[in-house]
Write a protein that binds this ligand. Structure first.
Ligand code: COA
Ligand code: ZN
Length: 325
């Protein structure tokens, strides 16, 4: 595990997706001013990027029907990229109008999942997204493309890597700035992540590559570490471990931002994130969504948050010493 290159701590870019991938799933509508306050708190923690919302159909994703207001009213911290998910040209127009820094386009590499999630074949999605890329380029707004089910589809099984890379190449040829390989339903495993990451880094050295994992089967952190070893330095993670795709059976949360930052800090990576501030932001979540979040760091504290000794510790020690005498 090489956490230090050339003497300096290796930089890992933390990209928060909880306010999009997380909140899109929640039954309870989080009031607009609470979303804005949460994003403002996250902006102050040192995250590299925040996926603020999605400009989707309000009937499809009612939880994010306030996308314009949220995007317009958050306080922008210098250096933080404020991105949003955009499914079509209508979404792109709304996002650009709301001064979104980057458009995150999404399509699935699995035909079945794409039909279930976006109601289109992959070819239809691609044709639509070409128009979105053109609209973004005309407005000089950078584009990232998130490819779903790269590490497996819950309905089809393994998705051939050649096919995945074929779709990625078509977007690279259009001139997009970033690619995200998404493990939409937590099917990725570390050796697979390493192989795919290495191949993607070699093939597209000039593209900002992000890995996006869900912790559905407990392999989230292991996959992040495998990705780092294979050359990845950008990760989508979600505050508290919120998240999951509405069209992915049994989907659970994204890898948890504070768990990943906690682990990477200990290992000597430079995440740039203020962990106590991040934990404080995560502690707001149950009050906003009405239930607990998976975060092990909120439950257990940091590794060196020490606990008091038992109340009768002196007696225990005296008895132990008396026995030894
Ligand atoms: N913003 C606002 N409204 C939109 C919209 C957008 N980006 N895209 C479509 N709509 C509206 C249309 O105006 C139409 O409204 P109407 O019924 O009042 O006329 C309605 O949504 C249906 O539009 P249509 O073009 O038929 O699209 P659709 O119903 O096939 O929806 C999607 C396609 C992809 C836009 C929609 O299903 C969606 O937003 N899904 C969310 C996907 C998602 O975010 N999944 C989770 C992340 S992986
Ligand atoms: Zn996801």
């Amino acid at each position: 595990m090489t956490s230090r290159w050339h003497g300096a701590a290796r930089r890992i870019h933390m990209q928060e997706v909880g306010t999009r991938d997380g909140l899109q799933m929640e039954a309870q509508f989080v009031p607009t001013e609470d979303k804005i306050a949460l994003i403002d708190a996250l902006s102050a923690t040192g995250l590299a990027k925040i996926e603020v919302t999605s400009f989707t159909s309000p009937t499809a994703i009612p939880a994010l029907r306030d996308a314009e207001i949220v995007m317009r009213e958050i306080r922008r911290a210098p250096g933080v990229v404020y991105t949003a998910l955009v499914p079509n040209v209508r979404g792109a127009e709304r996002a650009i109008e709301s001064r979104t820094d980057e458009l995150n386009l999404v399509m699935s590499t699995s035909e079945t999942h794409n039909l279930a999630n976006l109601r289109m074949t992959r070819e239809q999605s691609f044709a639509g997204l070409v128009q979105v890329v053109r609209a973004a380029q005309a407005a000089r707004v950078p584009v990232n493309v998130s490819l779903s089910c790269v590490f497996g589809c819950p309905m089809e099984g393994d998705v051939p890597v050649d096919g995945v890379f074929g779709w990625a190449q078509r977007f690279v040829d259009l001139g997009v700035q970033g690619l995200t390989l998404c493990d939409t339903t937590g099917m990725a495993y570390p050796t697979q992540v390493a192989a795919i990451t290495r191949a993607a880094r070699e093939r597209w050295p000039g593209i900002a590559l992000t890995l996006h994992f869900h912790n559905t089967r407990g392999m989230g952190l292991a996959n992040v570490l495998a990705g780092i070893d294979a050359g990845a330095d950008r990760f989508d993670t979600s505050l508290g471990g919120l998240g999951g795709c509405p069209y992915a059976p049994g989907a659970t949360g994204n890898v948890c931002t504070e768990e990943i930052v906690h682990a990477l800090d200990l290992m000597g990576y430079d995440t740039g994130v203020d962990l106590p501030a991040l934990i404080a932001a995560s502690q707001r979540l149950p009050g906003l969504i009405g239930h607990d979040v998976p975060s092990q760091i909120v439950k257990a504290g940091q590794r060196l948050d020490l606990h008091p000794v038992p109340a009768d510790f002196d007696t225990i020690r005296e008895r132990a010493l008396a026995r030894a005498a």
